[in-house]
Design a protein around this ligand. Structure first.
Ligand code: PBG
Ligand code: ZN
Length: 328
């Protein structure tokens, strides 16, 4: 040994060298920005979401304005959630060819053909009871009867021109049901990003306000995963892959880095991770109080998610980071 310095110490001396040697980097093409689009006659509608400062429920027109700014800043991909005019026990507005998500997809693809438009496929924003599937009279979520409805939703999004569908309902067998329905309509080329490892998480709180999708009774613990379980996630992911999923998603991202890594090491499919509403809210809240350096923490949180093995990150920070030039 010539010195007590480790190699890393010498290589950290210059900022340029540090940049050259950084193993994990964020890029615009890693990021997907979620938007909430509301079916309303008020064209100027734009309502800030209570616990998500900087995030809005948007009308078709204000979504177009918002997307224009984001695409200008380099945004490549959008995930769409819809808030319908009316709800019923089946969530039938979810597969209406003229529903709000279907209209938004058509608008976005007409304006920006290269933008990758992904749609969330679920029923909870559309059902009067707020669950992700059909309910029995006893209030249990009915797995199999829900599959056909989810398939209808996915096909309606595909017909509108979506580039990818992302089922988030967590019913067993839904990837196969959706794949079969898409293929029957000759959408062979349309990929499915499955919310494969989705936990029954308390981090979704602000989202349920944004998407008006809180269950009116009970919780989602019968169909979403227990936060204590890792091996079960492997089983969920393997099943979704076997059913035809193209991308596996882990959700939430921040508290589940082990699951991102486990999936990335176990399967040869791309892994996506969703930095969810509650993760956004916590960083924003602490940032607004000056308790943390907000921009630095945002970047560090996303770097951690990517370092864990995620190829795609769904994050409400995407637009802001691009607009500020913090990611390019
Ligand atoms: C709907 C859905 C949820 C999220 C994405 N799709 C909420 C839930 O399952 O209760 C959460 C996203 C977020 O919190 O940002 N199934
Ligand atoms: Zn749902």
């Amino acid at each position: 040994m010539h010195t007590t310095f480790f190699r890393g110490r010498r290589l950290r001396r210059s900022p340029v060298l540090r940049e050259m040697l950084q193993e994990t980097r964020l890029a615009a093409a890693d990021l997907v920005m979620p938007y909430f689009v509301v079916d309303t006659d008020d064209k100027t509608f734009r309502r800030e979401i209570g616990a998500m400062p900087g995030q809005f429920q948007l009308s078709l027109d204000t979504l177009k304005e918002q997307a224009a700014g984001a695409v200008d800043a380099g945004l490549r991909s959008i995930l769409l959630f819809g808030v319908p005019k009316s709800k019923d026990p089946q969530g039938s507005e979810a597969w209406n060819a003229d529903g709000i998500v279907q209209k938004a997809v058509r608008m976005l693809k007409a304006a920006w053909p290269d933008l990758v438009v992904i749609t969330d496929v679920c029923l909870c924003e559309y059902t009067s009871h707020g669950h992700c599937g059909l309910l029995s009279v006893e209030g249990a979520v009915l797995n199999d009867p829900t599959l056909e409805l989810l398939a209808r939703v996915a096909v309606s999004h595909a017909r509108a021109g979506a580039d990818m569908v992302a089922p988030s309902d967590m019913m067993d067998g839904r990837v196969e049901a959706i794949r079969t329905a898409l293929d029957r309509e000759t959408f062979y080329q349309l990929p499915i990003m499955s919310y494969a490892v989705k936990y029954a998480s308390s981090y979704y709180g602000p989202f349920r306000d944004a998407a008006d999708s809180a269950p009116k009774s009970g919780d989602r613990k019968s169909y979403q995963m227990d936060p204590g379980n890792a091996r079960e996630g492997l089983r969920e992911a393997a099943a979704d892959l076997a059913e035809g999923a193209d991308i596996l998603m882990v959700k939430p991202a921040g508290s589940y880095g082990d699951m991102i890594r486990l999936l990335a090491d176990t399967f040869d499919a791309p892994v996506a991770a969703y930095q969810v509403s509650g993760e956004y809210s916590m960083i924003k809240a602490a940032g607004q109080r000056g308790w943390i350096h907000e921009e630095a923490v945002i970047l560090e949180s996303l770097l951690g998610i990517k370092r864990a093995g995620a190829s795609l990150i769904l994050t409400y920070f995407a637009e802001e980071l691009l607009k500020k030039g913090l990611v390019r």
